[in-house]
Design a protein. Structure first.
Length: 238
């Protein structure tokens, strides 16, 4: 019995664990932002487009379908005498690690700008998956929030580039999502049949291909004339 036969039974128990094994690699995300080196390792600060921004460690919660919901707070650092601006980036990820929707909001001096909930494949019959869908969602998200900020006549440098900071975080967050692939369903079915701890009962009416047992030959009786003192001798046939 080969190694594959031994491993297959254990694969049957993996889907229940792997289906929810979607997470965010916070070490990778923090490193791409310059490191979680502020406020006790919970914040990363970095320059972008001539302004300074602050990203907090993401909050991650599981969704009922086995995916995760990610929310990230991002600040526009405006200086000692000015209040910082705040933004929230929210992303929903399915159990395969694919982004299915995103939304963002920006709060500036008491005014709040909130994007629509952006999903991929908005046209009828359109199906976009994987990286293409993530790119489309990110592009539409930033276009929507930027258009709404433009209507608010926001012109300050750090605030105008706030959508770019959101897109920057969105891209890095997408690259930090990790998921374990589930075993194929056909493999799960085979694992039940190939369980070495519970082998199938042999069929009495079917001979194994490896059964090479040779039936014993009958012994020949040696006959002698009547009255002979010698007793009959058995002669084994060759």
């Amino acid at each position: 019995m080969n190694l594959k036969t031994y491993l297959l039974p254990f694969l049957a128990f993996l889907p229940s664990i792997l289906s929810a094994d979607v997470s965010v690699d916070e070490v990778k995300l923090g490193g791409s932002l310059g490191g979680w080196n502020k406020r006790g390792g919970s914040v990363a600060e970095y320059p972008l487009s001539g302004a300074s921004y602050r990203t907090y460690r993401p909050e991650v919660t599981p969704t009922p379908d086995g995916g995760i919901f990610i929310s990230v707070r991002i600040d526009n650092i405006r200086g000692w005498l000015s209040s910082d601006d705040h933004a929230m980036l929210e992303i929903t990820v399915d159990k395969q690690g694919r982004i299915v929707s995103a939304q963002s909001s920006i709060a500036i001096q008491g005014r709040s700008v909130t994007s629509d909930v952006i999903r991929g494949g908005t046209d009828a019959g359109q199906k976009i998956v994987g990286v293409d869908r993530a790119v489309e969602i990110g592009t539409n998200l930033i276009a929507d929030i930027s258009a709404k900020m433009l209507r608010e006549k926001i012109v300050e440098a750090g605030r105008v580039s706030f959508p770019s900071a959101l897109r920057h975080n969105y891209n890095l967050l997408y690259q930090s999502i990790q998921a374990v692939e589930q075993p194929d369903e056909a493999v799960q079915e085979k694992s039940v049949d190939a369980n070495p701890l519970n082998p199938p009962a042999p069929d009495p009416g079917k001979k194994s291909a490896d059964d090479k047992t040779v039936p014993p030959k009958a012994t020949a009786l040696e006959m002698k004339p009547y009255g002979s003192d010698d007793k009959p001798q058995l002669k084994t046939g060759e």
